[in-house]
Design a protein around this ligand. Structure first.
Ligand SMILES: C[S@@+](CC[C@H](N)C(=O)[O-])C[C@H]1O[C@@H](n2cnc3c(N)ncnc32)[C@H](O)[C@@H]1O
Length: 334
């Protein structure tokens, strides 16, 4: 983005969209998301294995369809779909079809069983899994002015902000319902309407199965007073400057995204139900089989990271069934 563009005032939605997904946007860069931050997918192969277990349980519930779809929504460099396909038992893998849905292009050497698409395929029977997608769906930000009125926040490409017009229409209704702002100057909210719409559209592409959104989240009882909009670059949290040099992200109001039948739980709870234990191996193993002990210890460390309080374990999992019974039963099987 050029310095000349800094003068233009835009809402955060348009500014973040250009900064992340425009021709020179952050997510078009060759290093991909893994070059700047670590998601659960990068943290450990145990995550893909747990998702593969969920896919297998769903496969049973769906009556072993052929093909069985796995859609990695907002796939980054396709790391999750690659790991899930690799973790499936041969009989399931033979029927599985993997899709990576991503704004950016495919990486070199992608497994040729994976189809790379700009939009989710329609009519899939199977699992659509969106890890850290919705936090990157751009949204408008509101801030309460001196008279107690929530106004749209406008921003320039250098990150300078000012207040625009009062929030009205669907945005105002969304705030009233999901993130009511007391009339105190400076309080802020992120208007999740576009995320609700994006999630509903992704869910609608499934014919039958389960859609899962995983993200750092808050619910109506825990909304932060000043919002969560922030930036990430090269592993560090930075100011959210919409100039294409960094990620722009905000926590997700997952309760607002939920459609009828949905379940919301923490990643810690979801992964434990999927068999991720995180217990240290018995010390006796160190003398009988030192190599196995070291492997088990590393694995326990990774499981602990994926389920850590104050970290990845606090992420929300939104389970959205499509034509199947309560999805919690899938997490309780086995
Ligand atoms: C935070 S990264 C997560 C990548 C991966 N899911 C993971 O967990 O490692 C977000 C990704 O979502 C992609 N993305 C955002 N909006 C998208 C959309 N509407 N369709 C496809 N990909 C999208 C971005 O390009 C980026 O690669």
């Amino acid at each position: 983005m050029t310095a000349g563009a800094t003068g233009e005032w835009r809402g955060w939605r348009a500014a973040a969209r250009a900064a992340l997904y425009g021709p020179d946007g952050f997510y078009r860069r060759p290093e991909g998301p893994a070059g700047h931050f670590r998601t659960s997918v990068h943290a450990s192969v145990l995550f893909a294995r747990a998702v593969a277990r969920l896919l297998c349980r769903l496969d049973e519930a769906l009556g072993r369809p052929a093909p069985l779809g796995f859609v990695d929504m907002a796939a980054g460099r396709g790391e999750l779909v690659t790991g899930v396909l690799a973790a499936l038992p041969a009989e399931v893998a033979a029927r599985a079809r993997g899709y990576a849905v991503e704004v950016a292009g495919p990486p070199e050497g992608l497994d040729d069983r994976i189809e790379w698409l700009p939009e989710p395929p329609r009519g899939v029977t199977g699992l659509l899994f969106a890890n850290e997608w919705l936090d990157n769906v751009p949204l408008e930000v509101a801030e309460v002015d001196a008279e107690g009125v929530p106004r749209r926040v406008l921003v320039r490409a250098d990150g300078t902000e000012r207040l625009g017009e009062p929030v009205s229409g669907p945005g105002a209704r969304w705030l009233d319902r999901w993130w009511p702002l007391p009339a105190e100057e400076g309080l802020r909210a992120e208007i999740g309407l576009d995320r609700d719409t994006a999630w509903a559209a992704a869910v609608a592409t499934l014919d039958r199965g389960l859609a899962v959104a995983v993200d750092y989240a808050h619910t109506v009882a825990t909304r932060p007073l000043f919002g969560t909009l922030t930036g990430f670059r090269e592993g560090r949290e930075t100011a959210p400057v919409p100039d294409g040099s960094r990620d722009i992200t905000a926590h997700v109001a997952l309760d607002a995204c939920a459609l009828p039948g949905a379940r919301l739980l923490s990643q810690r709870d979801a992964l434990r139900r999927l068999g991720l234990a995180g217990a240290r191996p018995p010390l006796a193993l160190a003398s009988t089989d030192p190599a196995a002990y070291v492997r088990a210890l590393a694995s326990a460390g990774e499981a602990a990271e994926l389920t850590a309080p104050g970290g990845l374990g606090d992420f929300g999992w939104l389970l959205q069934p499509v034509g199947i019974p309560d999805p919690l039963t899938l997490l309780e099987a086995g």
